[in-house]
Design a binder for this molecule. Sequence first.
Ligand SMILES: [Zn+2]
Length: 121
Amino acid sequence: MTPKPTPKPEATEPKANVTAKTAETPNVTEVTPKVAKTPKRVTEAELLARYPHVVAGSLRFDEARNKQVVRAKLTCGHEHDLATSDLFQVKACPLCVKAVRKDQRKARKAARKAFLATLTK
Ligand SMILES: [Zn+2]
């Protein structure tokens, strides 16, 4: 006996009217600004405003040192190229500072020699 194929009633289930909520979370990845390795470049106007001894028109970029360099009139009367980042601290040029130190050393040496001379007498 072959069983009668009972026709399966088509499951015509009405598809649930689900409005597929595609919860699209906006792909917002906060971009954290990378800390710039290169120092902030300044304009000559900014420099002149802050450092009156800067020689106008001398600002340039030193590729080798990765620094901005500018000519400045120093307290010793000389003009020297300085990194803009050093402007605030450099008052006299290295040569003059060296000369002053040399003189001080010479004076100290002479004083010591004179002191030693008093001992051997
Ligand atoms: Zn000097």
